[in-house]
Design a protein around this ligand. Sequence first.
Ligand SMILES: Nc1nc2c(ncn2[C@@H]2O[C@H](COP(=O)(O)OP(=O)(O)OP(=O)(O)O)[C@@H](O)[C@H]2O)c(=O)[nH]1
Length: 293
Amino acid sequence: MTYKSGFVTVIGRPNVGKSTLVNNLVGEKINIISPRPQTTRNSIKAIYTEENGQIIFIDTPGIHQARNKLDKYMLEEAYSSLEGIDLIIFILDGSTYWGKNDQMIYDQIKNSKKDIIYVMNKIDKISNKELQKRQKKYTQKVGEEVIPISALNNKNIDTLLAEIFSYLPEGPQYYPEDMITDQIERFVFAELIREKIFYLTREEVPYGAAVLVEEVKERENEDYYIRANIYVEKKSHKGIIIGKNGKMIKKIGREARKEIEDLMQTKVYLDLWVKVLKNWRDKDNLMKRMGYK
Ligand SMILES: Nc1nc2c(ncn2[C@@H]2O[C@H](COP(=O)(O)OP(=O)(O)OP(=O)(O)O)[C@@H](O)[C@H]2O)c(=O)[nH]1
């Protein structure tokens, strides 16, 4: 059998279940999911690999009217993720009806001249009779077959996968099979922290420092908790980064937090830890997680 692979954009209005679908397919919680809309702030790649092929998913932020700088950035991200991809999956919400935002996205993706698979999600929320009715309505709107699924209950996902592969071209395995995401958002946070270390410390200290974001959590009061480890190569460097009475690490944390808050447009609690790890540059796994080849 030939090996097929390609880049697939998952698009749809906020809250239709894009992250749930991608996460369930890949089998691990990668993106931040919450019942509130617009939780996905970046296009995050998730990678699905099986014997005969590989699908690289781009999970786009929900498309909506831009209200602020961050919204605009998210919109650009969503549309720019259409470039250079092989297939679009347009997710519709089976528990509601065709809306203004669906129309807006439909017009845009139709323009892109890419292949599109239409999916109607959340069918677990409606009766069989209702399902058929809505599927018919959606089919009339888009003029093509609409695949009903429940991302939450993994219903009809095999059909969807087979459909995706039927569109993908013959291609290489782009990423190793044990790699499931490239975690763009975490990488950006880590880079912001690293940048502060560069500004605030001297000589070889910043060059021997690496940052890995270990945890990103949206809390009930709507702020973000971010925990990151700063790895240094020598004990003496740890002392410098922490500083007298923790002064330096507080300063690094304060300045990085301000920038992350600016990016996320919300309050952030940044929890920084400094750890000595000799020769971290030689540790393959760590390098991979940091986004270095
Ligand atoms: N009942 C039901 N709920 C679902 C299904 N798929 C997703 N949800 C729920 O819908 C909500 C939004 O899901 P997400 O996966 O975050 O939606 P999204 O489209 O990625 O949202 P944005 O990131 O805001 O664009 C969550 O509460 C999910 O649990 C489904 O198949 N059935």
